[in-house]
Design a protein around this ligand. Structure first.
Ligand code: SAM
Ligand code: SF4
Ligand code: SF4
Length: 340
């Protein structure tokens, strides 16, 4: 029988964080002035990552997403991608990136066997980009998006965290950009996780409101497409025939179908974006666990998984629902460590 957790959710999708470092400082993810980085010796080597992936695929994982921090800061990424793409069990190998370093390596990543790219971009206004990310680098992110298309990637996604009063007037320009580069825009509700220390519900633009704004702009309501499955985004067809996605992590959490888990760059396995504690896989590997032991451990841990973090947070009263603790509490709680 296929491996399932406490709520009968299978183990299918794995997000591998390749580094906790980043070349941006998005206010909702890395707001602090200084960060304590994971010690280099603790970061999983390519061989360790490959071994872990083999253990996960043996238990049902067939979708892999490389993330971070900024995964393109990791040296020799095409080499790792080639090794992972060569594993027959992996049906979908994707990368989430801010795009800054994408242009020079997009073709190499495509040749190495990367299937899809998700590029995170929240604004098309250079001054806003600088304010949000504390870096004046919008042009490079846009070059990265263009390079993904030139390299022949299809199925590219353009992720935009929608924040009231900051970029919620940019829904349409983002759709235009996506159309131009063959990328599907996904509007993401701002989440109270990790570094989102200034989060408040007032800044969240709920999915319903995004739909109302699109209805007004296009003169007809976006039509939901069937069959989201376990994917976080609900897909909509817009009146002009194009498509977009909405990820309502805050107002309509989708924990019931969640088959995702995350491994941090230092090998901590988190069963939920909001999980307080992780499971130390690096320790297990470096203590010399053989493949069978590794699989047995993963299997035991997943079988007892009962996490429904976003649903539990949604059930909190608003006054209790402020930001999650920041880095002071634990760097493993941070989005740039855990991977989005
Ligand atoms: N650096 C890469 C990037 O930005 O695409 C990969 C890592 S980043 C942590 C992954 C995703 O998490 C990004 O799309 C980012 O916008 C999203 N993210 C980070 N903090 C968030 C928050 N508080 N609410 C919603 N999405 C968030
Ligand atoms: Fe870096 Fe991505 Fe976090 Fe922005 S969202 S600070 S690009 S890890
Ligand atoms: Fe999955 Fe946790 Fe996100 Fe819910 S909050 S969808 S259980 S990762």
């Amino acid at each position: 029988m296929a491996l399932a957790d406490h709520h009968r959710r299978p183990l299918r999708s794995l997000r591998l964080s390749l580094t906790d470092r980043c070349n941006l400082r998005c206010a909702y993810c890395m707001p602090e002035e200084k960060y304590h980085w994971l010690p280099r010796a603790d970061i999983l080597q390519f061989e360790e990552l490959s071994r872990l992936v083999d253990a996960f695929t043996a238990l049902g994982v067939d979708r892999l997403r490389l993330t971070g921090g900024e995964p393109l800061l990791r040296q020799d990424l095409p080499e790792l991608v080639a090794a992972l793409a060569a594993k027959p069990a992996i049906r979908d190998l994707a990368l989430t990136t801010n795009g800054l370093r994408l242009a020079p390596v997009a073709s190499a990543l495509r040749r190495a066997g990367l299937d899809r790219i998700t590029l995170s971009l929240d604004t098309l206004d250079p001054a806003r980009f600088q304010r949000l990310t504390r870096r004046d680098d919008l042009a490079r992110a846009l070059e990265g998006l263009a390079a993904a298309q030139e390299a022949g990637f299809t199925g590219t996604k353009l992720n935009m965290v929608v924040i009231r009063g900051f970029n919620d007037d940019e829904l349409l320009p983002m759709l235009v950009l996506g159309r131009r580069y063959g990328a599907q825009v996904r509007f993401i509700e701002y989440m109270d996780v990790g570094g989102a220390s200034g989060w408040s519900m007032a800044q969240v633009v709920p999915k319903q409101e995004i739909l109302e704004r699109l209805t007004e702009a296009f003169g007809a309501p976006p039509e939901p497409q069937a069959g989201r499955g376990s994917a976080p985004a609900t897909e909509y067809r817009l009146a002009d025939g194009s498509a977009c996605g909405i990820i309502a992590s805050t107002t309509e959490p989708f924990c019931g179908d969640c088959d995702r888990s995350r491994v941090t760059a230092d090998g901590m396995w988190f069963l939920c974006l909001y999980a307080v504690a992780g499971h130390d896989l690096r320790g297990l590997i470096r203590r010399g666990a053989d493949d069978a032991e590794l699989r047995r451990h993963l299997s035991q841990v997943w079988s007892s998984r009962a996490d429904r973090g976003a649903q539990e947070r949604a059930a909190l009263h608003l006054e209790q629902r402020t930001a999650q603790p920041g880095q002071a509490a634990s760097f493993h709680h941070e989005m740039h460590v855990r991977g989005g």
